[in-house]
Design a protein around this ligand. Structure first.
Ligand code: HEM
Ligand SMILES: *[C@@H]1O[C@H](CO)[C@@H](O)[C@H](O)[C@H]1NC(C)=O
Ligand SMILES: *[C@@H]1O[C@H](CO)[C@@H](O)[C@H](O)[C@H]1NC(C)=O
Ligand SMILES: *[C@@H]1O[C@H](CO)[C@@H](O)[C@H](O)[C@H]1NC(C)=O
Ligand SMILES: *[C@@H]1O[C@H](CO)[C@@H](O)[C@H](O)[C@H]1NC(C)=O
Ligand SMILES: *[C@@H]1O[C@H](CO)[C@@H](O)[C@H](O)[C@H]1NC(C)=O
Length: 349
């Protein structure tokens, strides 16, 4: 392995998605206040509506799993592009987009055109955790915002609340996230809420049995039945754990006690492959925090290698003449889904 044939170097280059180099302190020179600006807006959001920071934290998952952390999920639909906001897992569910808008406005004021929406999601997710009692950590920055979004990819990728642990293990593995990462990252459900819509099947017809999920502890089930009777408005929400505005390991204690809100939560305790991690985290909060941070950093590293930009408004791509777009370098040779400049509406507009 002393010398690598030239042609091999060429091949490797073509096959590897070109990704921005992510590093801590990316905006130190270009926007030194960036991180404190994000944190300030998140603090205000927390005071205004405690749940909103959980809602924003969730964005990191729904962004990074669908073609990398590129803020594609923040794009509004256009006449020629179905965005991800109305994808199966997002419609009537993702919320608090306005908090990101507020962060972006503040950043554009301080340093116009510098901080990407993709990085805002990563910083805001970290801040949500830190501000609710969880760990604080240094994030890597330098992401670019996508030029398009893909509703179909989101539909195909994002897991249903009915998922079981073995499906989720496989899904996460596809993103180089281990079983341990899966359990630790699911601990994000330590904050926030879910809809009755997401649990009706397990309350009344688990796996088509006509019966409730037997893993639900009876007193907790009574509580959920009251919250979500069969004829309920399924937009009614319940807490994902017993301390929904505190980022702690209560979520895992709840799972051990059969009080997980979602099927995808409780299954982490039911299945032997994940159960050990649930028990460990239920007993050792600092271990949970340590593994959670690692998982968030790994998830934050996911990138598509597609071309990008720093959006001025997180909801829309920057307007630019179509001839420039057509000339943008194609760096997608290694990406089978790299058909963005054929299918999407950016060029047509
Ligand atoms: C492991 C697979 C996962 C599944 C199946 C899942 C599914 C869900 C579902 C169904 C909801 C409630 C949505 C609703 O009823 O409208 C929810 C909420 C939430 N999820 Fe996940 N999730 C998963 C992993 C994650 C990860 C990795 C994160 C973040 C790192 C995350 C963060 C959140 C947060 C913070 C909420 C509460 C949001 C709010 O209150 O608005 N989830 N999740
Ligand atoms: C888990 O879910 C998958 C996908 O829905 C299903 O095919 C599989 O049978 C389930 N596994 C178990 C053990 O229930
Ligand atoms: C993981 O990736 C493989 C190979 O692309 C695919 O066949 C499988 O369906 C994926 N699993 C999940 C759960 O997404
Ligand atoms: C429960 O689910 C099964 C299979 O999905 C379905 O055939 C049945 O009609 C459902 N029962 C009720 C009461 O909804
Ligand atoms: C929840 O509310 C939205 C908009 O208000 C509505 O379109 C939707 O049908 C409701 N969803 C459920 C499951 O009731
Ligand atoms: C809990 O986890 C931390 C962090 O890994 C570790 O240092 C500590 O020894 C653990 N505590 C116990 C009681 O196992």
């Amino acid at each position: 392995m002393m010398t690598m044939p030239l042609f091999l170097i060429f091949l490797l280059h073509v096959a590897t998605p070109i990704s921005a180099d992510l590093r801590p302190g990316f905006y130190q020179k270009t926007c030194p206040e960036a991180e404190s600006i994000v944190r300030d807006v998140m603090k205000k959001a927390l005071i205004r509506e405690p749940r909103s920071v959980a809602s924003v934290m969730r964005f990191q998952f729904h962004d990074c799993f669908v073609n990398g952390c590129d803020a594609s999920m923040l794009l509004d639909d256009t006449p020629t592009m179905l965005g991800e906001k109305l994808a199966l897992s997002n419609i009537n569910s993702l919320r608090s987009y306005e908090v990101i808008d507020e962060v972006k406005e503040a950043l554009e004021e301080a340093c116009p055109g510098v901080v990407s929406c993709a990085d805002i999601i990563i910083m805001a997710a970290r801040d949500a955790v830190a501000l609710t009692g969880g760990p604080d950590w240094e994030v890597k920055l330098g992401r670019l915002d996508s030029l398009t979004a893909n509703q179909e990819d989101s539909n195909n990728i994002m897991p249903s609340p009915r998922s079981n642990a073995s499906y989720l293990i496989d899904l996460f593995q596809n993103y180089s996230l281990t079983t341990k990462d899966l359990v630790a990252l699911s601990g994000s459900h330590s904050i926030g809420q879910g809809r009755c819509f997401s649990i009706m099947f397990r309350l009344y017809n688990q796996s088509g049995s006509g019966k409730p999920d037997p893993a639900i502890e009876p007193i907790y089930r009574e509580k959920l039945d009251k919250l979500c009777p069969l004829d309920v408005d399924q937009n009614v929400t319940g807490d994902l754990d017993a301390t929904p505005v505190l980022f702690d390991n209560q979520y895992f204690k709840d799972l051990v006690a059969g009080r997980g809100f979602l099927n995808s939560d409780q299954t982490l305790y039911t299945f032997p492959q994940t159960r050990g991690f649930v028990v460990l985290y239920s007993k050792n909060q600092s271990l949970f925090f340590k593994d959670f941070v690692r998982g968030m950093l790994k998830m934050g590293d996911l990138q598509s290698g597609r071309p990008g930009e720093v959006r001025k408004n997180c909801r829309v791509v920057n307007g630019r003449p179509s001839h420039l777009l057509l000339e943008s370098p194609s760096i997608m040779e290694g990406d089978v889904r790299g058909s963005y400049n054929k299918d999407d509406g950016v060029i047509v507009d």
